[in-house]
Design a protein around this ligand. Structure first.
Ligand code: ATP
Ligand code: MG
Length: 758
């Protein structure tokens, strides 16, 4: 009797309940966006635990992001309480792979405290290999090798598995050789890359029956979200683990397969029934997320794809606004418009947490960020310019890695002369040579080196001091919390002093970042755990307070939902991307269209698309054509905004005409029939007279605008800001001020936005 279901399943519809209650045997849930796939999967997880079909530690549950795992954990926790604490196998493929590999690392020749290197380290390592093997790096760039390695690992291929074609793909038939060299080098460093987390585990499961059986026994149930974006190695890995018990439930949507560029194979979801004969196939058709307008717009768009299963979606949510497509003059105006619209939503009572800006490419965020900083609008960036990728953070992490793992040469190379200790490239060469000769890690070999006369006395002493410091820090690591250890390192290494002396515009911020890193470490008892967390972390905002607009790529937004979604940059060459257009194939264009479908279907209440008529690319202004995807949206569900925002809105945002030469421009956008192809460009040229002149003016005045800090405002001054009220200047960085506002808290604003208070 489904009426008697516990709370976690009560609100589910019929097919969702089937997905929850069909606990035994393979289950495939294939359904469109917003139909409650993830909701049903979460309820299934709660159900399995609540009904004691399995202990939390006996369920393997794979989500696409760490954030999704966190949310699932919270939701299940709400229903079944503390039991969820013990859900060790809920996470992304990478985090689960890392956890398993820690237990079995020795089977692939690693120690259990192995390091996970990131792409930066990987590139440096590859460059070194290329140099050592007398290959011309210009002809055979490290990046190319890195992407091949990624491809091979995603496909589950070991060096010995490469066929002639793959082998040919690098350095005239030396693909296999370099793959082998690279893996060997990683082993000496006691390190692995992201691809290895799964490939090593796959190898272990294939070669060690006992390990495989142990996991096959352990995982009574396997659950996988976003199955359409699994790649070959993930697929093989799951298939092995599920083979025995066959209690595997996968959910996905072929229309949302957007990671084929990273090796994902939509075929995996299409052949599930063949892999697991007798699978129950569950379809969901009711969308609970979006208004009928948003849903119809997205469905109409994805209809243009030829390669799809096709499905019906409906909703009984009340009607809302049509999807809006707004044409603006250029990038800065797009950013201004975003700021205005979002501030209006805020005034109308919307929470900033429910507003997202989704971009096609990372670089698109900068303009928006600049604008939001100017107007003091809080935002968070998810993915992308991650906190942990900033130079000072990477340096600090390198220190920690050397302490944790003395064989971590890449980390040691990063900081042996950072801050400067008078150890240059010559010292590094000597260290490397000695390490190679003695087959030891760099740091260990350097100890030797200090006792020889291969290095000049000054370098020797300096190196010795550093190595001794590491010994002490390693001792400290035994008795201190990771956070305190870091604070000690920052001071004792001279790093802090270096930043304090360096009066550059960024050094204060860099010190702040380091304190923030220590704050982040407070949550960890062990350095190993913290470093693993960093390797896996995908976002930097988990600790941030207050409501914020989310800015992220469309790719990263998969599975998420927001009341209000803004989609800037819908122009040919931006979205669809130039790359997809250059490749010209149907497949890449259809993947872009699926991405557009994912983007639109993130919106619950409002979806706003923007496109600019002009973009500055590499310093050159070029006019652009609206994205074909805008034209493909069913017109009855789309409202085209035909007037560019003009002086009024600029005035509202506190820009004076002098600051912005476009302030007086208010021109009707050409009608829709002229918005495609060269016709649009022509219309543009006639619609806006003397464009080049204005562009030139804009450049000049933008430059002078940015370069002139105010001389009458100083730290400690009391000022007034139209939006935030009274405050005191806490810091001044060029024309940017950090102000502690009495009501609004601390914000960064441009100095031209404040008045000196009497
Ligand atoms: P996507 O394809 O984007 O990952 P999805 O199919 O996983 O979407 P969910 O995120 O699970 O969809 O659900 C979309 C929204 O619908 C969520 O806000 C969820 O809480 C809500 N929802 C799901 N099922 C129901 C239901 N039976 N009744 C009411 N609301 C529901
Ligand atoms: Mg989902």
């Amino acid at each position: 009797d489904p009426g008697a279901l516990p709370a976690y399943a009560k609100n589910l519809n019929g097919p969702q309940k089937d997905a929850v209650l069909t606990t035994e045997g393979p289950v495939l849930m294939l359904a469109g966006a917003g139909t409650g796939k993830t909701a049903a999967l979460t309820a299934r997880l709660a159900h399995l635990i609540a009904t004691r079909r399995a202990w939390p530690s006996e369920i393997l549950c794979v989500t696409f992001t760490n954030k999704a795992a966190r949310e699932m954990r919270e939701r299940v926790g709400r229903h079944i309480g503390d039991a969820v604490e013990g859900m060790p196998w809920l996470g992304t493929f990478h985090s689960i792979g890392a956890k398993m590999l820690r237990r079995h690392a020795e089977l692939v020749g690693l120690a259990s405290n192995y390091t996970i290197i990131d792409t930066d380290d990987q590139l440096r390592l590859l460059k070194q290999l290329i140099r050592e093997n007398d290959l011309d790096e210009k002809r055979w760039p490290a990046r190319q090798l890195a992407s091949l390695l990624d491809r091979w690992k995603n496909r589950g291929l070991n060096p010995g598995d490469l066929d002639a074609v793959e082998n040919e793909a690098y350095a005239n038939g030396r693909g296999q050789q370099f793959y082998t060299l690279y893996q060997e080098r990683l082993k000496t460093l006691n390190a692995c890359d992201f691809g290895d987390l799964l490939l090593h585990m796959l190898n272990i499961l294939r070669r060690h029956r006992d390990v495989l059986e142990q996991y096959q026994q352990r995982f009574k149930y396997i659950l996988v979200d976003e199955y359409q974006d699994t790649n070959q190695v993930q697929y093989l890995w799951l298939r092995l683990l599920a083979q025995e018990r066959r209690n595997i439930c996968v959910v996905g949507d072929d229309d949302q397969s957007i990671y084929s560029w990273r090796g994902a194979e939509v075929a995996n979801i299409l052949k599930f029934e063949k892999d697991f004969p007798g699978a129950a196939v569950i379809k969901l058709e009711q969308n609970y997320r979006s208004t009928p307008q948003i849903l119809a717009a997205a469905s109409g768009l994805i209809d243009a794809n030829s390669q799809r299963l096709g499905k019906t979606l409906w909703t009984d949510l009340p009607a809302g606004d049509r999807v809006k497509a707004i044409g603006v003059w250029d990038g800065p105006e797009e950013a201004r418009r975003l700021g205005e619209d979002i501030e209006r939503l805020e005034r109308e009572g919307a929470s900033l947490d429910q507003v997202a800006i989704l971009v096609r490419a990372q670089y698109q965020t900068r303009e928006v960020e600049d604008r939001f900083i100017q107007i003091g609008l809080n935002y968070r960036i998810i993915g992308g310019f991650r906190f942990y990728e900033r130079a000072e953070i990477r340096d600090a992490l390198a220190y920690l890695r050397v302490i944790e793992q003395p064989a971590d040469d890449l980390a040691f190379e990063r900081i042996y002369n950072q801050p400067k200790r008078g150890l240059g490239a010559k010292t590094l060469d000597a260290m490397r040579r000695h390490a190679k000769r003695t087959d030891m890690p760099l740091a260990a070999a350097s100890i030797d080196l200090c006792d020889s006369d291969e290095l000049p006395a000054r370098a020797r002493n300096s190196l010795k001091a550093l190595l001794q410091q590491f010994l002490l820090w390693r001792e400290n690591a035994q008795s201190e919390t990771p956070a305190n250890l870091l604070r000690r390192i920052v001071t004792e290494s001279g790093y802090e002093e270096m930043l304090q002396k360096d009066r550059g515009p960024e050094s204060a911020g860099r010190l702040e970042n380091l304190s923030e890193l220590a704050r982040a470490m407070e949550d960890y008892d062990s350095l190993t755990d913290f470093l693993e967390h960093v390797s896996l972390v995908m976002e930097n905002d988990a600790r941030d307070q207050g409501e914020k607009v989310t800015i992220m790529t469309m790719h990263a937004a998969k599975g998420l939902e927001f009341d209000h979604v803004f989609l800037p940059g819908w122009e040919e060459g931006v979205f669809p991307s130039q790359r997809a257009l250059d490749e010209g194939g149907l497949a890449s264009l259809e993947e872009e269209r699926r991405l557009a479908y994912v983007a639109i279907t993130r919106a619950k209440r409002r979806c706003t698309i923007l496109h600019a008529a002009n973009r500055r690319i590499y310093g050159q202004w070029t006019s652009s054509i609206p994205s074909r995807f805008i034209e493909e949206l069913p017109s009855e569900h789309v409202e085209q905004e035909t007037t560019l925002t003009g002086g009024a809105s600029l005035w509202r945002a506190n820009w004076s005409e002098q600051d912005d030469p476009f302030a007086h421009v208010s021109t009707a956008r050409p009608d829709k029939s002229a918005t495609r192809g060269p016709g649009w460009q022509r219309a543009l040229a006639t619609g806006y007279d003397s464009k080049p002149v204005r562009v030139a003016e804009n450049k000049r005045s933008a430059a002078s605008f940015a370069a002139k800090p105010r001389s009458d405002v100083a730290i400690g001054a009391r000022v007034f800001h139209d939006k935030f009220g009274y405050g005191t200047v806490a810091d001044q960085d060029g024309n940017k001020l950090e102000i502690a506002f009495e009501k609004a808290g601390t914000k960064r604003v441009l100095d031209s936005f404040v008045k000196l208070a009497e």
